[in-house]
Design a protein around this ligand. Structure first.
Ligand code: GUN
Length: 302
């Protein structure tokens, strides 16, 4: 293995420590802590485990945290009323509705109902627009792209003038990270290409990348021949390819694979993120950072 591993688990610990100490200082000076509510509809095991981790992390850094679980058959009207209640709640700075929602609920309508100044996921069209404009307009960058950018920067990878190739054009990862990396500024200023299912010769584009960000949701899509020697490879894929018994807990857990053939890629890349333990832990970390930012904007100390 020649590549340097970029470990999200380690970066997470450093950032959560920073957040914890800032929360304590704000509490002492202003008498308030950030408040985060997570709204979970239904009982999907994956969603329950994500939300549980978000709430646990919020508790760890000293936030006020509310987990609001609602039945699968909640009406759209009732869900919108619940969001309205939290929009008006002065103690809440961040509202997160865990996705996906049941089919009978219009996801777009729900996301658009969240106050953009409490939209710590960064999914509201107002925040998408702010991200596109860039600079001081940006309030809440979406959590996974923000985590990716943080990892690149903390690893010491040069972004100015770098060829960045993004694989995938989702609203949650591909489109926003492409947008963030092309902005002016010290953590970006890159030349960005986005490749997707309509792209011809995807491998040729990837081969040019100094920074290759893969968010396609296809296990082992990126082959070692697609990677330039020394490139920084960020694997956003979390593909459940089977199950195994955990050595730690004795319970059944998912076997996860990324979108990059890690075993082969690690001998070619200069930097690489593992799966699991790479981008995954960064998403929740950046959610905490956005919730802290939301309170700071409100107190005018951002
Ligand atoms: N479901 C999967 N990822 C996410 C996320 O980042 N935010 C929300 N709200 N739901 C999700």
């Amino acid at each position: 293995m020649s590549a340097k591993l970029i470990k999200g688990t380690e970066i997470r610990e450093a950032i959560l420590e920073e957040i914890t100490s800032e929360v304590a200082k704000i509490k002492e000076k202003h008498g308030v802590v950030p408040g985060l509510v997570t709204i979970l509809v239904g009982e999907s095991p994956a969603s329950i485990s994500y939300v549980t981790l978000k709430i646990k992390t919020a508790h760890r850094v000293g936030f006020k945290e509310i987990q609001d679980s609602q039945p699968e058959n909640i009406s759209e009207t009732d869900l919108l009323a619940l969001i309205d209640k939290y929009n008006k709640d002065e103690s809440i700075n961040g509202i997160l509705v865990q996705l996906p929602l049941p089919k009978h609920i219009n996801e777009k309508k729900v996301l658009n109902a969240i106050d953009p100044d409490k939209d710590v996921d960064g999914f509201h069209p107002v925040n998408v627009g702010r991200l596109m404009i860039g600079g001081s307009e940006v309030k809440f960058p979406p959590c996974t792209p923000a985590g990716i950018q943080e990892m690149i920067v903390r690893a010491g990878v040069k972004t100015k003038g770098a060829e960045v190739v993004v694989v995938g054009r989702s609203n949650i990862v591909g489109k926003p990270i492409a947008n963030m990396m092309l902005q002016k500024g010290t953590s970006a200023n890159s030349t960005v290409t986005v490749v997707h299912t309509g792209t011809k010769n995807m491998d040729q584009h990837c081969k040019r990348a100094d920074i290759l960000i893969v968010a396609a949701g296809v296990p082992n899509l990126v082959k070692p021949e697609w990677i330039k020697a020394g490139a920084c490879v960020i694997d956003v894929g979390v593909n459940r390819v089977g199950e195994k018994i955990s050595e730690k807990t004795g319970k059944k857990i998912a076997i996860l694979k990324g979108d990059v053939d890690f075993e082969a890629a690690k001998d070619i890349a200069g930097y690489i993120t593992p799966v699991p333990g790479g981008v995954g832990p960064m998403t929740i970390t950046m959610l905490m950072l956005n919730t802290l930012k939301s309170l700071k904007f409100k107190l005018n100390i951002a």
